[in-house]
Design a protein around this ligand. Structure first.
Ligand code: GLP
Length: 248
């Protein structure tokens, strides 16, 4: 695991944008798994401002709410179009956002030949995509019930209207099949979840702990998000911001 701790959220965005840019330069048709929370937004915007042509990439979103009307501004389909595909110039035919059944999500990922690099956020409760605590480490794409804390955390884009109770999400087993994972977290609110995910037991209690099972993981954190890692062994001996050698 490559853990990179940087001063500010902007540095996290720039680091991730540079990493993705390098991969796209090597493979303009890269299949990028995109998380749709607030954390990666500055990285998507940094990529849109950059000089690398992103129009050939294929995008696969992690998850989507169930029951929103098509085009609802708080849907992840709308997020991907507004924040990623549109600004990057990626045609709709190159975009997959989960909808319907989990089987359909699995089939569409398989048709793309799998995901090359999966960007991941982390929930305060350790959720990954919409895999809430209790999700099996080998779970596949499926419809899930959202926890109350996740619905509260995600309430803002709904502007006071009810947050959906269910979502369709890639499973933990599904996203562990991506060839590389990049987990991003910023802010002290994520510190405990980050520490549990990276240094705790691999357990359904903390779905994000599944990343410890993947052979190619880069974790990019700002200092507040990394603050609970001190004394947990992962950062000891670090002489610079980069803790391990880069893998991606
Ligand atoms: C959300 C999404 C995830 C996201 C995570 C963190 O509920 N389903 O895909 O990565 O929670 O979100 P944020 O980056 O906004 O904190």
């Amino acid at each position: 695991m490559d853990v990179v701790v940087l001063d500010r959220p902007e540095d996290v965005a720039d680091h991730v944008a540079a990493l993705i840019s390098r991969l796209v330069e090597r493979d303009p048709r890269l299949v990028i798994g995109v998380a749709t929370g607030g954390t990666p937004l500055p990285a998507y915007r940094a990529l849109a401002r950059g000089s690398v042509d992103l129009s050939g990439v294929r995008l696969v979103a992690l998850d989507e709410y169930v029951g929103l009307p098509p085009g609802h501004p708080a849907s992840y389909a709308a997020y991907v179009e507004r924040e990623i595909a549109g600004p990057w110039g990626v045609p709709a035919a190159q975009v997959v956002v989960p909808q319907g059944s989990g089987d359909d999500v699995e089939r569409r990922i398989a048709e793309l030949g799998g995901v090359d690099v999966q960007l991941l956020g982390i929930g305060r409760n350790g959720h990954l995509a919409f895999n809430e605590p209790g999700s099996a480490m080998d779970s596949r794409a499926r419809v899930v019930a959202l926890s109350e804390s996740t619905r509260q955390d995600n309430a803002a884009p709904f502007g006071g209207a009810a947050v959906p109770t269910h979502a369709v999400t890639q499973g933990i087993g599904t996203l562990l099949e991506a060839r590389g994972l990049v987990l991003l977290a910023t802010g002290v609110a994520k510190a405990d979840a980050v520490a549990a995910a990276l240094t705790g037991p691999v357990s359904p209690d903390c779905p994000a702990s599944a990343v410890q099972r993947h052979p190619r993981v880069t974790v990019v954190l700002d200092r507040p998000a990394a603050s609970a890692l001190a004394g947990r062994g992962l950062l000891e001996g670090a002489s610079s911001q980069r803790v391990h050698h880069p893998q991606l």
